[in-house]
Design a protein around this ligand. Structure first.
Ligand code: SF4
Length: 320
């Protein structure tokens, strides 16, 4: 916990003996409210990064000379996706920061219905600083368009790690954990209705990650074939154990659906049908929850229902 005034910053730690001041920093110059918040966020992120862990919840900051904390304090302290992107582009929190050309914070709608989450940038993303711009990105755009979604209008596209792992290898656990605070803050800022996790890295991060603290071990990754096609409640990183069903009482209000990564579909045509089945499930849930989307996707849903009696029955059940 950080307690900041205009002249000092105290870092308090909770230990078995109770809450105690761990460090007091004396600030050289008067800092305003915005600078205090940035410093707190920076220290918070730095400490998480140094220990290769991440926080289990998003903190609300209260500064000692700002008066009594209010219920709105959390909302006032929220960073925008653009602020988070600016931090990402200058981050050197893990070794990927040394080998990347451009960090890839993500892009898309400011208030998305869906956050699409991949694993990490590839060569074309690393060169351009934009997510999913290669062949897999073009296929992803088509997949989204098939259910009335797009990165311009109602999706935000991002990756689990924001910098390219050399040689397109999978990101390592220490890199994923170092980058996790950025992902958690993006989710907090964007507040999507759904997260579509494409591929095993993103799905395991969202559904099976351990807190990464106190020497906790990460559970063995599950193959995407076992995680895909079902809805789960999302809990901010700090979640440990098996995915929870969508009727969990500890619901963040955000649901996760995992499916195959478009790169996998490019390699194996047979995965396209199950991936499309997953997308239709997402389409139906979105239509239930968002009136605007329901109206806009009505024609597409009718088209799919005409060819697929099971889907037609689900549309009837959920939307009638
Ligand atoms: S991958 Fe994430 S933590 Fe590592 S340098 Fe890039 S932005 Fe920072």
């Amino acid at each position: 916990m950080f307690v900041l005034s205009s002249k000092t910053c105290q870092i308090w730690r909770l230990s078995p003996g109770g809450l105690a001041i761990a460090e007091t920093l004396r600030l050289n110059e008067h800092v305003n409210a915005e600078q205090k918040l940035k410093l707190a966020r920076f220290l918070d992120l730095s400490i998480d990064t140094l220990k290769s862990g991440y926080r289990s919840v998003m903190y609300n900051y209260h500064f000692s000379d700002d008066g009594a904390p209010s219920a709105a304090a959390g909302a006032e302290t929220g960073f925008s996706p653009a602020d988070i992107a600016a931090e990402i582009t200058s981050c050197s929190g893990c070794r990927l920061g040394k080998t990347r050309n451009k960090a890839v914070p993500g892009e898309g709608a400011e208030h998305p219905l869906v956050l699409v989450l991949g694993e990490g940038p590839g060569a074309e993303e690393d060169a351009s600083g934009r997510p999913f711009v290669g062949p897999a990105g073009r296929l992803l755009d088509k997949m989204l368009a098939s259910i009335g979604l797009s990165r311009e209008k109602n999706c935000f596209i991002a990756n689990t790690v924001k910098c390219r792992p050399p040689g397109n290898r999978d990101p390592e656990l220490s890199e994923i954990r170092a980058c996790a605070p950025f992902l958690a803050r993006q989710i907090e800022a964007l507040k999507p209705l759904f997260i579509l996790a494409v591929g095993k890295v993103a799905a395991n991060r969202l559904l099976r990650a351990s807190p990464g603290q106190n020497g906790d071990e990460e559970p063995s990754p599950e193959p995407i074939s076992r995680l895909r096609g079902r809805f789960f409640d999302f809990r901010f990183p700090g979640f440990r154990g098996d995915p929870h069903p969508a009727d969990s009482v500890e619901d963040s209000g955000i649901r996760v659906l995992a499916t195959y990564h478009p790169s996998a579909l490019l390699r194996d045509d047979s995965l396209k049908i199950p991936a499309f089945e997953d997308l239709k499930k997402l389409m139906l849930r979105l239509a239930v929850l968002d009136e605007g989307y329901r109206q806009e996707s009505r024609a597409l849903m009718a088209k799919y229902a005409a060819k697929d009696p099971v889907f037609a029955a689900e549309v009837e059940e959920f939307l009638s």
